[in-house]
Design a protein. Structure first.
Length: 215
C-alpha cells in the first residue's frame, strides 16, 4: 500500500502518518524529518537545505527527489510506505510517479487533509518538539506536564524556527502557490480523497483508513 498524505503544514500529516505506519506496518517517509536530521547532523544535504528551511521556502526539487529515491529503495518500503510532506510540487509528483512506474509500482491513495488558514496558524504557533526524541506537543491541545521537558524522555522542548509566526505565513503562501496544485493533479488521476482535518485524532484516522479501503 503506497500512500501520500497531502495538506498544508499543520494539517496533522505527521501525526496521522505515524499512527498509520504502526497500523499498517509500513514506514512513514517524511522529507521534513529527514531534512531536519540532516541539518542537525550538519551533513552536506543539511548545509544545503538549512537556509531554505529557515525561511519557510521549499528545498530544491532535485535534492528532495534524490532523498526519496534513496529512501524508497530500502527493503522496508517493499510492501508499502506513507509519504508525508512529499511531493510538494508538480515536478516532485511527476518524479515519484516515474520512479514508482520503473519499479512496477504506483501510488494507491492520496489523502488530502483539509484545514483552514486561521486554524493552521493556531496549531503551528503552539507546536513544541522534543530535541532528543522528536515527540510532538501542543501548548494548548496536547500540553506536556512540564512545559520545558518531554513527558517521555525528559529531553528539552523547543519551538521549530519555522513554526514562528512570520515563517508560518511564508510556508502557507508556498503551500498555496506550489503544493495546492497537487490536489487537482491527483484528482485527475482518480487517487485523491479529501478529508476534513478538523476533529478528534482517532476520528480522522478512521476516516483515512476507510478512504484507503475505498469506502
Ligand atoms: P515539514 O516538516 O514537512 O513541514 O517540512 C519542513 C521544511 O522542510 C519545509 O518547510 C521545507 O523547507 C522542507 N521540505 C520538506 N519536505 C519538502 C519537499 N517535499 N520539498 C521541498 N522542501 C521540503
Amino acid at each position: 500500500m503506497n500512500l501520500i498524505l497531502l495538506g498544508p503544514p499543520g494539517a496533522g500529516k505527521g501525526s496521522q502518518a505515524k499512527s498509520l505506519a504502526i497500523r499498517y506496518g509500513i514506514p512513514q517517509v517524511s522529507t521534513g524529518d529527514i531534512l531536519r536530521a540532516a541539518v542537525r547532523d550538519k551533513t552536506g544535504l543539511g548545509v544545503k537545505a538549512k537556509s531554505y528551511m529557515d525561511r519557510g521556502a521549499l528545498v530544491p526539487d532535485n535534492l528532495v527527489v534524490e532523498i526519496v529515491a534513496e529512501r524508497l529503495k530500502k527493503d522496508d518500503c517493499e510492501s508499502g510506505f506513507i509519504l508525508d510532506g512529499f511531493p510538494r510540487t508538480i515536478m516532485q509528483a511527476e518524479a515519484v510517479g516515474a520512479m514508482l512506474g520503473a519499479l512496477g509500482k504506483k501510488i494507491d491513495r492520496v489523502i488530502n487533509l483539509e484545514v483552514a488558514h486561521k486554524e493552521i496558524v493556531k496549531r503551528l504557533s503552539g507546536r513544541r518538539v522534543c530535541r532528543n526524541c522528536g515527540e510532538g506537543y501542543h501548548i494548548i491541545f496536547n500540553p506536556p506536564v512540564d512545559d520545558k521537558k518531554c513527558d517521555k524522555c525528559k529531553g528539552e522542548l523547543y519551538q521549530r524556527d519555522d513554526d514562528k509566526e512570520d515563517t508560518i505565513e511564508a510556508r502557507l503562501k508556498v503551500y498555496e502557490e506550489q503544493t495546492a496544485p497537487l490536489v487537482d493533479f491527483y484528482k485527475k488521476k482518480g487517487s485523491l480523497v479529501t478529508i476534513d482535518g478538523i476533529g478528534g485524532f482517532q476520528e480522522i484516522t478512521e476516516k483515512i483508513v476507510n478512504a484507503v479501503k475505498g469506502k
